[in-house]
Design a binder for this molecule. Structure first.
Ligand code: 1CP
Length: 335
């Protein structure tokens, strides 16, 4: 039995599957121990034995329905030769974007650069039995943004500035659309059986640019994944009521919602994609009564349709591992 695939493919209701965005990571002491000894984050992602171990850590601790491979969306710029580093307390830093060099990196070279990521998938697959293995990519917009801005847009963001060089924008989007598909295909060939597309910064796009920068390019990727016969989950974070237009245009098998959009609005307006997520990760820092109330709220709202339990964004580093266990058991016991 595979709860996640049953829910997405067979539209099974009840026995809600559960996994967490960022389930492998900084809130787990066993991750922090490995992280302390491995100060170079990209190198850690490229160490397939350690990446396998980190991927499996939350699966060992909690009864989750899926593993998500330990890697990062920024491994795509890395694979294209734009170096990435993570400075403590600062977030990602990317080297200068050299568009003419980057567009010449062919699929074979890219695949070779990220080979350890695919090795990780093969190794995880051997250890998780029938549980789902989620591969992932950043959406074209979110990757474009990091690559041009060279750091998190949390610190500075101006749409006109980021897109002012029309020729570069076109070239980079074209390359990203192609290479994202290569990265997906490689992950599927290695054993990933679901793909999630993270568009974490979709909410920064001006509304009148969503179609060109988010829906249309994402739709091409979604169609590619569907051709591989693999279910695809999209997470266009922060687009509020545009989740409706997103789904009618992009048609993902499953839509992961953030915590700012009203789940009742989603229930009423989205009929064609399975719903995932929604709960504010900050709720998990509260007491158990409040957590239970909010978990139940989402389960109640979506009880008559296929629903995957998850958060509206990643697990926060301050979250106690015990709370992830608590939420998982609430979801398992829910009738
Ligand atoms: O120890 C550390 O300092 C590293 C923290 C960390 C971790 C654990 C980063 C740096 N990335 C990851 C792993 C990761 N990233 C995973 C696999 C683990 C899992 O989910 O269990 C995944 C799926 C991601 C995806 C990712 N990376 C996204 C999309 C999801 C989201 O959170 O919106 C984004 C935007 C990134 C970029 C990134 N990588 C790391 C950080 C701190 C960030 C965010 C930077 C920013 O704030 O702009």
């Amino acid at each position: 039995m595979n709860r996640l695939l049953d829910c997405i493919n067979n539209k099974k209701i009840g026995d809600t599957p559960i996994w967490f965005m960022r389930q492998a990571g900084r809130y787990l002491p066993e991750f922090m121990k490995i992280r302390k000894q491995n100060t170079d984050f990209v190198k850690l992602c490229l160490n397939s034995d350690l990446a396998k171990e980190i991927t499996i850590q939350p699966i060992k601790r909690f009864d989750l329905d899926a593993a998500i491979i330990f890697s990062d969306i920024l491994m795509i710029p890395y694979g294209l030769g734009q170096n990435v580093s993570f400075k403590k307390g600062y977030g990602p830093r990317l080297d200068e974007l050299q568009i003419d060099i980057l567009t010449k990196v062919d699929n074979k070279t890219f695949t070779k650069n990220l080979k350890p990521v695919y090795e990780t998938i093969k190794k995880v697959k051997k250890e998780i039995g029938k549980k789902s293995l989620i591969g992932f990519v950043g959406a074209p917009w979110t990757l474009f943004l990091y690559m041009v801005n060279k750091q998190s847009p949390k610190k500075n963001f101006n749409f006109n500035e980021i897109t002012k060089n029309n020729a570069l924008t076109k070239k980079l989007y074209k390359k990203l659309e192609e290479i994202i598909c290569v990265h997906i295909k490689n992950q599927v060939d290695a054993g990933a059986n679901i793909i999630q597309i993270f568009d974490s910064w979709a909410g920064l796009l001006p509304e009148n640019q969503l179609k060109d920068y988010c829906y249309e390019p994402t739709k091409k990727i979604v169609e590619f994944v569907k051709e591989l016969n693999i279910p695809v989950i999209c997470f266009p974070r922060g687009i509020d009521k545009n989740y409706g237009d997103f789904c009618s245009s992009v048609k993902p098998d499953c839509i992961s919602i953030d915590y700012e959009v009203d789940p009742n609005w989603i229930k009423k307006n989205i009929k064609t994609s399975v719903i995932q997520g929604g709960l504010d990760p900050k709720i998990l820092l509260k007491n158990k009564e409040e957590i239970e109330k909010e978990v139940r709220k989402y389960l109640d709202i979506f009880r008559e349709q296929p629903y995957i339990f998850n958060l509206g964004h990643g697990v926060l580093p301050e979250t106690k591992p015990e709370i992830i266990k608590f939420v998982t058991s609430l979801v398992r016991k829910y009738k």
